[in-house]
Design a protein around this ligand. Structure first.
Ligand code: FA5
Length: 344
């Protein structure tokens, strides 16, 4: 027999073996296959092996190789089919398996709307060249008040307006802060001080995080909320730069060209101080507080107010998020009702 003929014979054997295996749906058919193809005496594979005798001597090595490959293919396919049928049978035989029951629906979680807002704010401010600064939520008197030009007798320090913690005790390493009250920070302006203490100008940072005030929860207030603080310092930074940054920010966040206005206000750490509003959907909406960093603050961190100037602003993150999504009660953001959260 010519080698070519032998190869064709084996190819057709392996094709019909594959066909038989793919159409086998139960164990009996698999057993029939085993007898027909793999039977030790009269199996079709055995018969093909016998044909080897009629192949010319010089073609024997190639024919032997082809025979081995075909054997491997058929045995492999047989094992696969067996495994497939066994796993189907295991399912079908399991008395607790009811194929008519509806499947389990897995509900994907969502990113909380506040986190979504924070990510978006970071992204917008990042594009305006502001990097991110971090600070602790438990603050000392210096960073929350003193360095921010809020002296000892100032009403902003009132225990009714702040969550005071214990008085700092001696840690054994240094006396810094010993006897000083600590508190949950009431504003992210504390981070301004930390950034300025550790970096020379120019500075362009935002700080985003939780702040705490003993406000009674109502539709627009919560005792824990988030603020975004912005700080830019350099030579010749002016109020015009502040207005530009706030307008660019509002326009980017709300997706359309937004008019903003500033009104005189008071914050101990800025001079002059303003409240900023933006005009949106036919109404003036409060944005947050801002102003030019007070020279006393610049001095407290060792900057020279004669050469360096800058602005700071602080916005309520929940209020921005609520405005964007028409959420009418801030408390909905903290009850974690999944039907509410799934809308965002
Ligand atoms: C401040 O906290 C200043 N640190 C902002 C600032 C920074 C001024 C830098 C100048 C320079 P104010 O207390 O107004 O300002 O709070 C800022 C924003 O936080 C408010 O506009 C409001 O959106 C939000 N906010 C205040 N209290 C609450 C509260 N209880 N719940 C939710 N949001 C609040």
């Amino acid at each position: 027999m010519a080698l070519q003929e032998f190869v064709e014979e084996l190819d057709s054997l392996s094709a019909s073996a594959h066909q038989a295996l793919t159409s086998a749906t139960n164990e009996e058919q698999l057993e029939e296959f085993r007898v027909e193809f793999l039977g030790a005496k009269n199996g079709r594979l055995k018969s093909a092996q016998k044909l080897m005798g009629s192949v010319g001597k010089e073609d024997k090595p190639a024919a032997g190789q082809k025979l081995n490959e075909t054997k491997k293919l058929i045995l492999g396919a047989f094992d696969d089919a067996k495994a497939r049928l066994l796993s189907i049978e295991a399912d079908v035989l399991d008395p607790t398996f009811d194929p008519t029951l509806p499947g389990k629906k897995y509900r994907l979680g969502r990113i909380h709307p506040i986190t979504q807002t924070i990510e978006e704010l970071k992204d917008i401010m990042g594009r305006l060249g502001f990097s991110i600064a971090e600070g602790p939520e438990i603050e000392d008197d210096w960073h929350n008040f003193e360095a921010l030009n809020i002296p000892g007798e100032h009403p902003a320090r009132d225990p009714l307006d702040n969550f005071y913690l214990s008085v700092a005790e001696k840690s054994g390493v240094s006396d810094a802060g010993v006897g000083q009250p600590t508190l949950m920070r009431s504003q992210t302006s504390t981070v301004q001080i930390r950034v300025m203490e550790n970096n020379p100008p120019p500075i362009r940072v935002i700080s985003l995080g939780r702040v705490y005030r003993p406000d009674t929860a109502d539709a627009t207030h919560y005792p824990m909320f988030h603020q975004m603080e912005g700080l830019m310092l350099d030579v010749d930074v002016t109020m015009a730069d502040l207005k530009t940054v706030l307008r660019l920010f509002a326009t980017n966040y709300l997706g359309e060209d937004v008019t903003i206005r500033i009104r005189p206000s008071f914050f101990p750490f800025t001079e002059p101080s303003v409240e900023a509003d933006y005009f949106w959907n036919g109404k003036w909406v409060e944005f947050g507080g801002a102003g030019m960093v007070d020279p006393n603050v610049l001095q407290s961190v060792g900057y020279d107010p004669e050469t360096i100037s800058g602005f700071a602003f602080g916005l309520g993150v929940e209020r921005l998020c609520m405005r964007r999504h028409s959420i009418t009660d801030i408390r909905a953001l903290f009850t974690n009702e999944t039907r509410f959260l799934h809308q965002f």
